[in-house]
Design a protein around this ligand. Structure first.
Ligand SMILES: Cc1cc2nc3c(=O)[nH]c(=O)nc-3n(C[C@H](O)[C@H](O)[C@H](O)COP(=O)(O)OP(=O)(O)OC[C@H]3O[C@@H](n4cnc5c(N)ncnc54)[C@H](O)[C@@H]3O)c2cc1C
Length: 368
């Protein structure tokens, strides 16, 4: 699509959620424009080249279980997303006297490891814990998109007997430590294993293992085989997934512009009708601010007085003049928004998003 056309949809932000929405809308035939303030795609699910040849995840690095139908709808495989199964999910090191607790993704391998290093009691406890998780995990229905999950009351009403009801209550309302105490009760001999299981329950949830409800996180972690299984890595870093979504968007006629911050969403008669981009030099200053913050060497040279005493991101009178010239030349907000909706031509085309090794999709970078 040419950049002079109007858009059915403008997506603000090329994080993986914005990109997924844009990709699905483009797939349904809508004309989509995605605006991203950073110079790379993916937001917290992006991967950047931090040193020459070394790409590093910005935030997210592990792909949580993804419904097969969602992966298919987003055509992740078609656009080159490859995932890597992890044989080992976590290792807990305790003391020299105690063997490490290794969390193998394969439950059989894990059970054998527990038997060899922690004894029959621990192995039986672990196997019973896995068996306990199976029923509540089957109720979670976490992989049926566009379905409203049942309420706890509905689950309890559907339970076939009192034993299952108690199991649901414990799994959905109890704490991870309730389960740990029940299945691995020996505080000395099972110590390392108890810590491993408690950690598996609370990672990424910001709860403690004694918090009511944290038992469900444990069930979620051990809920293998119900579709999806454990976390995986994305080949090339998490950003490879975001970059694949970009390829999908641009191939379907959508457009992505980097370094294009949106200042305001314009609303007419209660409906969003366009966006107002951040003025060119304001955006440039923000970009420099982020880059300077990121750049430890620049920061330390400034601190030791080797750089100019003026902070690189402080507004100069020239930039202030340019800013007002930009607004004056651009006319009123509404005129500017029309300009964005109808004839934005400022952006030169580039062939990669975050790095020369990254996404090869054709994206547009604003002249800011
Ligand atoms: C340190 C860390 C580790 C994590 N680890 C994991 C993990 O291992 N696995 C996992 O599944 N999740 C993880 N997460 C969570 C996951 O990264 C986020 O939930 C997810 O990336 C959010 O995606 P999003 O698209 O909603 O938002 P974001 O990633 O925040 O994307 C929003 C985008 O919008 C852009 N934007 C914002 N305002 C504007 C504007 N005005 N104009 C233009 N663009 C704009 C931003 O620049 C950004 O690119 C982690 C998060 C963090 C912080």
């Amino acid at each position: 699509m040419s950049s002079t056309g109007s858009w059915d949809v403008i997506v603000v932000g090329a994080g993986h959620n914005g990109l997924a929405a844009a990709a699905l809308l483009a797939k349904r035939g809508l004309r989509v424009l995605c605006l991203e303030k950073n110079g790379y795609v993916g937001g917290m699910a992006g991967t950047r080249e931090i040193l020459s040849g070394c790409r590093n995840d910005v935030g997210a690095s592990l792909l949580f279980p993804l419904a097969k139908s969602v992966a298919e709808e987003l055509e992740l495989a078609r656009y080159g997303v490859e995932t890597i199964e992890l044989p080992i999910m976590a290792v807990n090191l305790n003391s020299r006297e105690s063997p490490p607790a290794v969390f193998y993704a394969n439950p059989l391998r894990m059970a054998l490891y527990v038997l060899r290093h922690f004894g029959v009691g621990a192995m039986l406890g672990f196997v019973r814990l896995m068996a306990f998780c199976k029923y509540p995990a089957s109720l979670m229905d976490r992989f049926t998109p566009r379905s409203v999950p049942p309420t706890l009351e509905e689950l309890l009403a559907r339970a076939p007997n009192a034993r299952r009801r108690r199991q649901i209550e414990l799994a959905f309302g109890g704490s991870a430590m309730d389960l740990v105490d029940r299945f691995l009760p020996d505080r000395e001999r099972h110590r390392t294993l108890r810590a491993l299981v408690a950690f598996a329950a609370v990672q990424s949830t910001y709860k403690g293992p004694f918090t009511p409800g944290s038992a469900l996180c444990l069930v979620y972690t051990f809920a293998q085989g119900e579709g999806g299984g454990l976390m995986r890595r994305v080949k090339g870093g998490m950003g490879a997934l975001s970059e694949a979504l970009c390829r999908s968007i641009t191939e379907k006629g959508g457009e992505l512009r980097l370094r294009t911050a949106v200042r305001r969403i314009l609303v007419e008669d209660g409906r969003a009708c366009g966006v107002e981009p951040l003025a060119a030099d304001q955006a440039e200053e923000r970009r420099r601010l982020v880059e300077v913050r990121d750049h430890a060497r620049a920061a330390s040279s400034y601190a030791t007085g080797r750089a100019s005493r003026r902070a690189p991101w402080s507004r100069t009178s020239t930039s202030r003049r340019r800013s007002s010239a930009w607004s004056a030349a651009s006319g009123s907000t509404r005129t500017r928004s029309r300009a964005w909706r109808r004839s934005s031509t400022a952006a030169p085309t580039c062939t990669s998003c975050s790095s020369s090794r990254g996404c090869r999709s054709t994206v547009r970078r604003s002249s800011t």
